[in-house]
Design a protein around this ligand. Structure first.
Ligand code: 6PG
Length: 290
C-alpha cells in the first residue's frame, strides 16, 4: 500500500526502509533535502492517491505544528498517524481538530529504537477500528514477525498511553539492572562483573533484551569508563509519574528511577548539603567542605 512518511530521522528513516522491503510504496518527507523524496508536504500529498495515509514521525515538540501543516494539504477521508512519543493527552484534541476536516487520526506508540529496522517495531495503537483496519498492511510490515508486538489498545490516545507506561517500565527495569551492576562493582567478592552480567543472559529469571544490551555495552567498555552518568529524559517517565499522582497509584520503582536521572545531573546535591548542614547544627557533627 502507499504511505506518506513525515520525518526521516533515526526512527522514520529506518521505518521507510523496513516498509519498502515489505513491498510498500513509501513517499518520505524530511526537512533534510538529501534524504527526502519530495520537497514539501504539498508535494508529498500530490504523490499519494486518495484516500491517503500519512505517518508523522517527528520529535514530540513539533508534532502539532507538523500535523496542522499537513492537514492543510490533505482532505476528507485521509488519515494521519502520529507514531512519535507524544503525550497521550494531546491526542484527543488533535483527533477532534482533524475530524472537523474529515481527516481520521490514529496514535501509535512505537518501540524498538534503532534495532527496529531489523527486528521489527512493537506497536501500540489507539484509534477507531475502521482507521486501524485500513492501516493493518502497514502495521503488519512494521511489527516483528512473531505472534506478538502489535495491539489495538483502545480509542484515540490509548496507543500513546500504553507507550508512556511502557517507557515508565523501561526506566524502572534499566535502573534495577544499573543498581545491581553498581553493587557488584563495589563488592570485594565479584571480580568479573561483566562476566556475571553475561552469564545472566541465559537460564536466569532476569534475562531480557535490556540485559543483553547492558552486556553489549560492557563488551565495548567493561568499566563504562568512557561514559558520564549524566542521564537525560525526554518526557515519558515524567508523564507516567504525573498519571500516577492523578490516579493515586503508588509507582514506587518508576518514580525512584525518574528521580535518579534528575540526581544524575547535579554536581553536588543542594538537598544533601542541607542535610549535612542540619547534622552539624543539631549534633555538632563534622561536615565535608568543598
Ligand atoms: O521503546 C523505545 O524504543 C524507547 O522507549 C524509545 O521510545 C526511546 O528510546 C525513549 O523514548 C527514550 O526515552 P527517554 O529519553 O525518556 O529515556
Amino acid at each position: 500500500m502507499q504511505l506518506g512518511l513525515v520525518g526521516l530521522g533515526r526512527m522514520g528513516g529506518n521505518m521507510r526502509e523496513r516498509l519498502r522491503s515489505a513491498g510498500h510504496e513509501v513517499v518520505g518527507f524530511d526537512h533534510n533535502a538529501q534524504i527526502s523524496d519530495v520537497t514539501s508536504l504539498a508535494g508529498l500529498a500530490e504523490k499519494l492517491e486518495s484516500p491517503r495515509a500519512v505517518w508523522v514521525m517527528v520529535p514530540a515538540g513539533v508534532t502539532d505544528a507538523t500535523i496542522d501543516e499537513l492537514a492543510e494539504v490533505l482532505g476528507e477521508g485521509d488519515i494521519i498517524i502520529d507514531g512519535g512519543n507524544s503525550r497521550f493527552s494531546d491526542d484527543a484534541p488533535r483527533a477532534e481538530r482533524l475530524n472537523e476536516l474529515g481527516i481520521g487520526y490514529i496514535d501509535v506508540g512505537v518501540s524498538g529504537g534503532v534495532w527496529g529496522r531489523q527486528n521489527g517495531y512493537g506497536l501500540m495503537v489507539g484509534g477507531a477500528q475502521e482507521h486501524v483496519d485500513r492501516l493493518m498492511p502497514i502495521f503488519n510490515a512494521l511489527k516483528p514477525e512473531g505472534e506478538f508486538g502489535f495491539v489495538h489498545a483502545g480509542p484515540v490516545g490509548a496507543g500513546h498511553y500504553s507507550k508512556m507506561v511502557h517507557n515508565g517500565i523501561e526506566y524502572g527495569l534499566m535502573h534495577a539492572y544499573a543498581e545491581g551492576y553498581e553493587l557488584m562493582a563495589a563488592s570485594e567478592l565479584v571480580t568479573n562483573v561483566p562476566g556475571v552480567i553475561k552469564s545472566w543472559r541465559e537460564g536466569t529469571v532476569v534475562r531480557s533484551w535490556l540485559l543483553d544490551l547492558l552486556d553489549r555495552a560492557l563488551d565495548e567498555d567493561p568499566e563504562l569508563a568512557e561514559l558520564s552518568g549524566y542521564t537525560e529524559d525526554t518526557g515519558e517517565g515524567r508523564w507516567t509519574v504525573d498519571e500516577a499522582v492523578r490516579l493515586a497509584v503508588p509507582l514506587n520503582v518508576i518514580t525512584a528511577s525518574l528521580f535518579a536521572r534528575f540526581a544524575s545531573r547535579q554536581d553536588d546535591s543542594p538537598a544533601m548539603k542541607a542535610v549535612s548542614a542540619l547534622r552539624q547544627q543539631f549534633g555538632g557533627h563534622a561536615v565535608h567542605k568543598r
